[in-house]
Design a protein around this ligand. Structure first.
Ligand SMILES: C[S@@+](CC[C@H](N)C(=O)[O-])C[C@H]1O[C@@H](n2cnc3c(N)ncnc32)[C@H](O)[C@@H]1O
Length: 412
């Protein structure tokens, strides 16, 4: 029966079943919060982002992602007249891989910028193994000058689910039947579902399913408390609202990842599989504007990275002394970042607060790339980055060198 899960022995699943037995059905958002962040939850009990985990993200695909973000951050710093302290507060930093890449690359890019950069990484569930210190959210600073940054944070936030029945949205709750988790269709727990869907309801067929993230206002308010002056950069997969709720997307955008396999049943493997949903970037914009930010535009990840110098970095890699197979692994990693069918179509949304209105280079279409001769970082760290060629070829993609300069020196 669709939506039914076999009994899962994990701590998380047991706790969820017990909570439902004690207190009755829960919204899908409550279920997702427990399954991802509760006791024994998917994120609370490990670091799933790696070659061996269930999925990989841009920072794990190639260090160039962090390097090009450093280029954008440096431009922000310059726009603010190069203050002595430029703080980046990354939220949802996971294992700190992006933080480590940015912090290592920044001084190579510009020593003064590297000196001014104060990079702070935070996560709701900091994993044990970290490439850079990641603190709990309670440690988030207030009133920084700089940037609040996130990559694939919003898609991991709990969402409410709905299904259209007789032209009205019913909310999908999670209950139990014969000890197994099962879906229940009840009146919505929040008016937000109807409010977000209102312009599209007439078009949505019966049986249509989708998701609503009710946590965006709180997230945006936290961003505003954190950032006094500067920009918010939010990178994730998603669409504007009209695209997200197009009638053809009948099954919604909720996805589960279990050991690299895409699944559709979130009630299975509770606590052991990732659950994610596409981001409603119209809602992101509304929440950020309500929290006091101004919209500073948005673009795709491919366009963002290209404007910041991705092509120049690839040329640099080709001019380096990397052996062919290593070069190939690097090409695959960089290719994944800009893949128009994959991470390349992620959205990069910028919002500003008490900052100059001149468009950021990564976002604007009509500005030349800042850097054309970027010393690109290659894949060097077997733990921090994954080797997309190495799925078949062992660790061939990693090149053990003492310093990046070795790769770009003229020595044979
Ligand atoms: C998909 S992972 C992305 C990790 C990392 N940014 C990357 O790109 O590899 C989402 C991360 O967001 C964290 N997270 C979820 N909700 C959060 C919140 N409200 N505040 C901070 N971190 C959160 C999760 O614990 C998880 O580490």
């Amino acid at each position: 029966m669709p939506g039914k899960a076999s009994v899962d022995a994990s701590t998380s699943a047991t706790a969820i079943r017990q909570a439902i037995a004690d207190h009755g059905p829960v919204t899908f958002a409550e279920f997702m919060r427990s399954a991802l962040y509760g006791h024994g939850g998917y994120y609370s009990s490990g670091s799933p982002v790696s070659a061996r985990g269930d999925y990989f993200t841009s920072p794990a695909a190639h260090p160039l992602f962090g390097a090009l973000l450093a280029v954008q951050l440096r431009e922000m710093w310059q726009r603010l007249d190069s203050p002595g302290h430029f703080t980046v507060a990354e939220q949802g930093a996971g294992n700190g891989g992006l933080a480590a890449d940015i912090v290592e690359f920044a001084p190579r890019l510009d020593a003064a910028f590297g000196e001014a950069l104060d990079y702070l990484a935070f996560d709701a569930a900091p994993p044990e193994r970290q490439h850079y210190p990641v603190s709990p959210l309670s440690k988030l600073p207030r009133h920084i000058t700089g940037c609040v940054l996130s990559n694939e944070l919003l898609d991991a936030m709990p969402v409410h689910r709905f299904e259209i029945r007789d032209s009205i949205p019913l909310e999908i709750f999670v209950g139990t039947e014969d000890g197994e988790l099962t879906e229940l269709f009840l009146l919505p727990s929040t008016p937000l579902i109807e409010r977000r869907l209102r312009p599209f309801l007439k078009e949505l067929p019966d049986g249509y399913r989708g998701e609503v993230n009710a946590g965006l206002d709180e997230w945006a308010e936290l961003q505003a408390r954190t950032l006094e002056r500067g920009w918010a950069l939010t990178i994730d997969y998603g669409f504007d609202r009209a695209t997200l709720y197009r009638p053809e997307r009948k099954a919604g955008s909720l996805r589960c990842y279990y050991q690299h396999v895409l699944g559709q049943d979130p009630l299975r493997h509770a606590g052991s599989q990732d659950i994610t949903a596409h981001v409603d970037f119209t809602a992101v914009d509304e929440a950020m504007l309500a929290a006091g930010f101004a919209s500073a535009g948005s673009t795709t990840q491919a366009a963002f990275l290209t404007r910041l110098g991705l092509d120049a970095a690839v040329e640099q890699l080709h001019a380096s002394r990397l052996p062919r197979p290593v070069l190939r692994a690097n090409e695959l990693g960089i290719g994944a970042l800009a893949d128009p069918e994959g991470m390349g179509r992620f959205v990069v949304a910028a919002h500003s607060r008490n900052a100059p209105e001149t468009p950021l280079t990564g976002i604007a279409t009509d500005m030349p790339a800042i850097i054309t001769t970027l010393p690109a970082p290659p894949l060097l760290f077997p733990q921090r980055h994954i080797n997309l060629a190495g799925q078949r070829q062992g660790s061939l993609g990693y090149f053990e060198v003492q310093s990046l300069d070795e790769l770009f020196s003229d020595a044979p």
